[in-house]
Design a protein around this ligand. Sequence first.
Ligand SMILES: Nc1ncnc2c1ncn2[C@@H]1O[C@H](COP(=O)(O)OP(=O)(O)OP(=O)(O)O)[C@@H](O)[C@H]1O
Ligand SMILES: [Mg+2]
Length: 335
Amino acid sequence: MTDAPTTPAPARATRALTVADVSARGSAVLDEVATVVVGMRQPLRLALAAVLAGGHVLFEDVPGLGKTLAARSLATALGLDFRRVQCTPDLLPSDVTGSSVFDPATATFEFRPGPVFAGLLLADEINRTPPKTQSALLEAMAERQVSVDGRTHPLPDPFHVVATSNPVEYEGTYPLPEAQLDRFMVRLAVGYPARDAEVDVLARRLERRQEQASVGRVVDAETLVAMQAGVEAVTVDPDVLAYGVDLAAATRAHRAVEVGASPRGSQALVLVARSLAVLDGRDFVTPEDVKAVAVAALAHRLSLTPQAWASGLAPQAVVQEVLAQVPGPTTARRA
Ligand SMILES: Nc1ncnc2c1ncn2[C@@H]1O[C@H](COP(=O)(O)OP(=O)(O)OP(=O)(O)O)[C@@H](O)[C@H]1O
Ligand SMILES: [Mg+2]
């Protein structure tokens, strides 16, 4: 068995962009995406913030709201080496990770990397594939490597997953358990467009005379890494950190919650809030930044009690309640 070369992970850039540069390039990415995706500015901003924080993004909503379009456009604008897997019921774990293939010429096994070896993987309709394949993907996401036949292959760097899924109520789906949802830094609902926006979607479709709409590249992998380094250089006031921890802790204590947000959750909360501050052109994080990401960063990590589910309470509502209850820091800086 030979060790096939996999995409080498480039060293992390020593270059860090300034806050102003990250903000400018972030806006340019969002503006480019907005040339094809109508509305959705807020979820796309959070998605970019999560990528800048080094995380993976899940778009979850009912069919036909432009999730795939949004994920594909963001991927293209970020200029990362882009692969897509359509998560069908017959997709095997090795279709995602790759597998060892026998080469008769050399009488050895060669590792053929799967689509997960990409800068950005679009995992479309992730809850249509059975748990075994989901967990192969989610394991690769968490560990940033793939183990096949006892050999470990590191994934490229940067490596991000943007996944789409439909809500759990949909038939023929395999809901992701909370333990696996935890691997996504944010879960974003896209929502129905406003009336004018929907008219705009139709008008643009008629104007371009074809289904497919595409965006251009705005940054490349190296620039993205430098943007991430720029975000990493920003510190967070202790008060704001403590506020993030208090919010996560309050989800654990909530009466409707069986298992609340883990420290991975509070970490995601603060890291995405920091990216959001930088996208806004600030080198400090406010409690409002934390509030703005709380639902996206925490709601998908909560397991509610059966009674709460039965009463129709949504995890998003629990996070909103927690936001209303937990006092924010009074001394923190404001934007
Ligand atoms: N906000 C929007 N801006 C531009 N086009 C949109 C928007 N919402 C929907 N569309 C259009 O609607 C169609 C469906 O979009 P898309 O395939 O991305 O939906 P989806 O949310 O991924 O659905 P599914 O859950 O069924 O996969 C596409 O033709 C897309 O161009
Ligand atoms: Mg789709």
